[in-house]
Unconditional design. Structure first.
Length: 334
């Protein structure tokens, strides 16, 4: 009896064994908000910003600052002096002069028309070329290489090449038209034919870009959707409109967006081919800004032309993306 009592007493006085320590040696309460993992993420984020800061500062120096400075100059009364230029006052007269200028309105209409026509033609022809390339077998690589040649050329070189073909004296296309029509046309000397020549050159140059982008989208479409359409009895035309085209909408939107940005800011093609002529028939907004700024030395009005061009193209792109998103949402709900 005494042994049992003493054994119970001794067992009651033995302190409990300490709980095992957590891994890492941390014995305090676990901090809220993620603890070490969150600290590690913050450290990685700071490290990323540190390494990216030189590139961001460079972009700000060569892109953001000139854009902001150009906007300031568009509202300024800039006077050229012997040592440079000076800003006398801030005013909005440059924009009022642009809105009442027939040259600016003509350049705006030409740029809009050129962008709409070329982007539409390139989208149609590029999609057709991509559909043909998708069905080619071993010859696809060779055909694609040949198709990429116009796009690989520098814009100035391509414009100079077509300038030789359109030349009124020794141009190959001029001779061909003379054999067909019976007289020698002045392709770059007439407003309508000069505009048409610019559209032809731009379509020839940039259709391969659209074709490559659309071909990449076609490669991503799963084959089972075509099998399902074939089982349902859909023909080739119905399959294209109901299956292929809806699947290509996102990739086609990217191609159209890039082409709008490039076509609206066209400069090298009309500058090499026609210098904006004959007269001002092929004068784009960028060429108008160039002539105003560097030939007429009107810094304030030239900056206003550049600012309005940037605002218009940004607004067009945002409108296009909004329409595309609305159509995509309706398609997803359907």
């Amino acid at each position: 009896m005494n042994a049992v009592t003493s054994s119970a007493a001794s067992s009651a006085t033995v302190p409990p064994s300490p709980a095992p320590k957590p891994a890492g040696g941390h014995t305090g309460p676990v901090p809220r908000g993620g603890g070490p993992a969150r600290v590690s993420r913050r450290r990685r984020a700071r490290t990323g910003w540190f390494f990216a800061s030189p590139a961001l500062l460079t972009i700000a120096a060569v892109t953001v600052f000139p854009v902001l400075f150009s906007v300031v100059l568009s509202f300024a009364d800039v006077r050229l002096e012997y040592g440079g230029f000076s800003i006398r006052s801030l005013t909005g007269d440059h924009y009022a002069a642009l809105l009442s200028s027939p040259e600016w309105r003509h350049a705006l209409l030409f740029t809009f028309g050129f962008t709409a026509v070329t982007v539409l033609l390139e989208l149609v022809l590029g999609t057709a070329a991509a559909l043909v390339l998708e069905r080619l077998g071993a010859a696809r690589g060779w055909v694609l290489a040949v198709l990429l040649l116009p796009w690989a050329l520098i814009n100035v070189v391509a414009a100079q090449l077509w300038g030789y073909l359109f030349n009124g004296t020794y141009g190959g296309l001029t001779w061909l038209f003379e054999q067909v029509l019976g007289h020698q046309p002045d392709i770059l000397g007439q407003p309508a034919s000069a505009m048409g020549a610019m559209v032809v050159v731009d379509v020839w140059k940039t259709t391969p870009f659209v074709a490559i982008v659309v071909l990449a989208g076609l490669m991503l479409i799963p084959g089972d959707v075509y099998e399902a359409a074939e089982i349902d009895g859909a023909g080739a035309w119905t399959t294209f409109w109901k299956v292929t085209l809806p699947q290509l909408r996102p990739i086609m939107a990217i191609a159209v967006l890039f082409r709008i940005l490039q076509a609206f800011g066209i400069f090298d093609l009309p500058f090499v081919l026609t210098q904006g002529g004959p007269g001002t028939a092929t004068e784009s907004l960028v060429i108008l800004g160039y002539k105003t700024l560097f030939q007429n030395l009107d810094i304030g009005r030239g900056a206003a032309v550049a600012t309005t061009s940037a605002v218009i193209v940004i607004g067009c792109c945002l409108l296009f993306l909004r329409v595309f998103r609305t159509q995509a949402d309706e398609g997803g709900r359907a």
